[in-house]
Each structure stands twice: as structure tokens, then as C-alpha cells.
Design a protein around this ligand. Structure first.
Ligand SMILES: Cc1ncc(COP(=O)(O)O)c(C=O)c1O
Length: 406
């Protein structure tokens, strides 16, 4: 029974090496039943419990679950709009190497991105450019900061450069990452997490959460997620006297909520997250050692700030310009050998049609050498914490390719 229900483990050479496997068992199935046992499918115990567990794990004082990481970011922006801290026409700092919905909600609401480049091998903002952008455009109002692929830039420098400006940490690609002794998500006004199926943990395939250390922000976020309701004037309509206030509205809301079934799945996953993270980190380190020995001539390898302890989502590589093979050649080889690869998100988002014509500001005449290299020669490979058996086969596939160029 256990075996039949378990996620399918990799068994034989030839089985695919995927970017991620959702690792689940009977615990997820049982936990998902919580709303059925309670005969209550609205916001309830499963969601509350997962919000509390997220706080315990990250140190962020409160969470509101959402139906995705994208809507977690949107919630943060909508709260800032409610507070008058974000208005149409405001300048928003953002890296050009990003995930589309990290910046598209801000553009949708009339924000104008000030795009900057990343530092080679980091996939996160170049701190020099953050400082320069704010000096050049002091009217910048805030920043959406993606920890792309789980890496973390120097938060001391970024916080210092931002001063009082708002910050939304887009932590969708990571959980368990620290800068110094502080878990990501504790540096800004809001932190957005994603529980999409390929991420560190999942809420049955999709889901997200928005966290904050500010009570007023968390109340406003809850209102945005639940139709704009004013939860302070009523208790959800459970008593007769409060009933007529049920649709009292506090914000221009939406419906971004997570179901109890999803939250139940997430509750079983968050119990396992320390193990998931450790396995990911171990495989990342193993790959890093391998590429440092055998691949440094051919690839730009991932690197991070000395003070940050990233919790990587995958292993990213950029093929060097003078390498004896092209990205397309290695990608073709890997794909033929059943290794799933992905491009590094939107390498340079300005090359994507919907973003190519938006109103924007750039620092160096629209020149983004790091993003262009990522766009033209970058890709990432799985590092989700495979079993030893699987890693053996996967590592051999990688080794075999590089042997040709020894
Ligand atoms: C950096 C980043 N931000 C935002 C998102 C959006 O999260 P979701 O897929 O949960 O909407 C993703 C998606 O994976 C992402 O990688």
C-alpha cells in the first residue's frame, strides 16, 4: 500500500532525471482530508496551522496563505496601494533577469520598472547597480527583489541603499535561505513564497503565502485575499448581531485564498522540509564540487555573497563564450539522456514580447551584458536532492559529456 501510494522513486538508468519530484506519501493524503473530517471547506484549521508553521520555520511573525506565489506578490502590492505607498507612475527597482510574475503585477498597476543587471554567476541583483540606480533616480519608491533560483544578494547593502523605501522579497524560489542569521523574508515589508510543484515544498501542485512582520500589513493582506472584507468589524458572520456586517469592505479586494485541501497537503510537507532542504543542499554541493573540478573551464559557475546561505532551487550554468561546445550542444545531449533542463527563467525579460514595449527606465542605455549571457548561454539542471542511486546515474551522464573535452 505504502509503495503504491508513494511518489514514484527513480529506479533504473533510463528513467528521467526531472527538475523536481513532488515527494509525498500517506501523510499528505491523510492531512489533505482535514477539511472533510471537519466538514468545513472554507478558511479553517488546516490553513491556520500552516500559517503558524510557516512563521515558526521562517521567523516571520505572520502569514496569509494565497493560491500562488504570483498572487502573494500581488497581495503585497495591493496593500501598498491601499496605503498610498505605491501609485501609478511610481518607479520600481527590479532586475532584468527575473520570473515574469515577479514584476508583471507592478506593471499592471501602473508601476514603471527601473531595470538593473545581475552579477555574473549569482542570478540576483548586482548591489553596485542597486546603489547606482537609487543615486540616479532617488524618486524610486520601492523594489520587488527576486531571490532567483534561491540565491541571496548582500541584504545589508540593499537595505542600506533602499532606506525607507518599500521592499517585497520574492522568495518564491527558496525556503530555508539565510542572510547572516536571518531567514529570507524578514528584510522587507512583505515576503512572497510559492508552493508550486517544483519548489522546495508544495501545497498539492500550486499555492503560495505572503508573510510580514507588521500587524497592520497582515490585516490588510488578509482583507485583499478575502474579497476585501473588513474582518475587524465582524467575525465572519457567526453571530446574529454581526451577520449584517458580513460584507463590510475594507480594501479593493480579490479572492486569492488557498483551499483547506491544499493547506493540508502543505502541513505534511512542512514537517519534512528540513530533510528536503538538506538533501537539496547536499546535491548542490556535490554538483558544485564536480563542476569546480571538471567544468570551470567551460562554465560560469554559481556563486553567492559570503554572508548568505542560499537554499538553491537548482544548479545553474552559463556556457562560457570560448567553450568548445555550445549551450545547444550540451542541452541536446542532456535531453537525449533524459535529463530535464530549463532556461534561466526570463534571461533578459525585455526580450520577451509583452515586456519589450513597456514604459521603463534602464541604467546603461538598455545594455544588460550579464542578462544577455544568461539568455543566450544559460540553463539550469536538477538538484532537488535525488537518491544516491539516481545521483550516480545522473553524475555519470554529466561526466560523460565533459570527458570528451578533457
Ligand atoms: C522568482 C519567482 N517569482 C514568482 C514566481 C511565481 O510563483 P507561482 O508559480 O507560485 O505563481 C515564481 C514561480 O515559480 C518564481 O520563480
Amino acid at each position: 500500500m505504502e509503495k503504491e501510494l508513494s511518489w514514484k522513486e527513480w529506479e533504473n538508468p533510463g528513467d528521467p532525471h526531472l527538475i523536481n519530484r513532488v515527494q509525498w506519501d500517506k501523510r499528505e493524503l491523510e492531512s489533505m482530508m482535514l477539511p472533510f473530517y471537519q466538514d468545513w471547506h472554507g478558511y479553517g484549521k488546516a490553513q491556520q496551522k500552516l500559517e503558524n508553521e510557516l512563521s515558526k520555520f521562517t521567523g516571520i511573525s505572520s502569514f496569509n496563505l494565497t493560491n500562488s506565489g504570483s498572487t502573494a506578490i500581488t497581495t503585497g502590492l495591493k496593500v501598498l496601494k491601499e496605503q498610498g505607498r505605491f501609485k501609478p507612475g511610481d518607479l520600481i527597482l527590479h532586475p532584468v533577469t527575473t520570473f515574469p510574475t515577479s514584476i508583471s503585477p507592478a506593471i499592471d498597476y501602473g508601476g514603471i520598472p527601473v531595470f538593473i543587471d545581475t552579477k555574473p554567476g549569482t542570478y540576483v541583483v548586482d548591489e553596485d547597480q542597486v546603489e547606482r540606480a537609487i543615486k540616479t533616480h532617488p524618486e524610486i519608491k520601492g523594489m520587488v527583489l527576486p531571490y532567483l533560483l534561491g540565491n541571496i544578494p548582500n541584504m545589508d547593502r540593499i537595505k542600506n541603499a533602499l532606506g525607507e523605501r518599500w521592499l517585497i522579497e520574492d522568495s518564491c524560489d527558496t525556503m530555508g535561505g539565510y542572510f547572516g542569521e536571518t531567514h529570507v523574508g524578514n528584510f522587507g515589508d512583505f515576503a512572497a513564497f510559492s508552493f508550486y510543484g517544483s519548489h522546495h515544498m508544495t501545497t498539492a501542485g500550486v499555492g503560495g503565502a505572503v508573510g510580514t512582520n507588521d500587524k497592520e500589513l497582515t490585516n490588510l493582506a488578509k482583507s485583499i485575499i478575502f474579497w476585501g472584507h473588513d474582518y475587524e468589524t465582524h467575525d465572519g458572520g457567526k453571530t446574529n448581531t454581526e451577520f449584517l456586517k458580513r460584507y463590510a469592505t475594507k480594501t479593493m479586494g480579490n479572492d486569492f485564498q488557498m483551499t483547506g485541501v491544499q493547506a493540508g497537503f502543505g502541513l505534511a510537507q512542512i514537517e519534512k522540509i528540513p530533510g528536503f532542504i538538506e538533501a537539496r543542499n547536499n546535491q548542490f554541493k556535490e554538483l558544485d564540487q564536480f563542476f569546480k573540478e571538471k567544468g570551470e573551464k567551460y562554465f560560469i559557475l554559481p556563486r553567492s555573497d559570503p554572508k548568505s546561505k542560499p537554499s538553491w532551487f537548482s544548479y545553474p550554468l552559463v556556457v562560457k563564450e570560448d567553450s568548445p561546445f555550445t549551450r545547444e550542444e550540451i542541452v541536446e545531449y542532456l535531453t537525449e539522456n533524459n535529463v530535464e533542463i530549463r532556461p534561466i527563467m526570463c534571461g533578459n525579460i525585455l526580450k520577451q514580447p509583452p515586456f519589450s514595449k513597456i514604459e521603463k527606465i534602464t541604467l546603461d542605455n538598455e545594455k544588460f551584458p550579464v542578462a544577455d549571457a544568461i539568455e543566450e548561454r544559460g540553463f539550469f539542471i536538477p538538484a532537488w536532492g535525488m537518491s544516491e542511486n539516481q545521483r550516480k546515474d545522473y553524475n555519470q551522464i554529466l561526466e560523460k559529456f565533459l570527458e570528451k573535452y578533457d
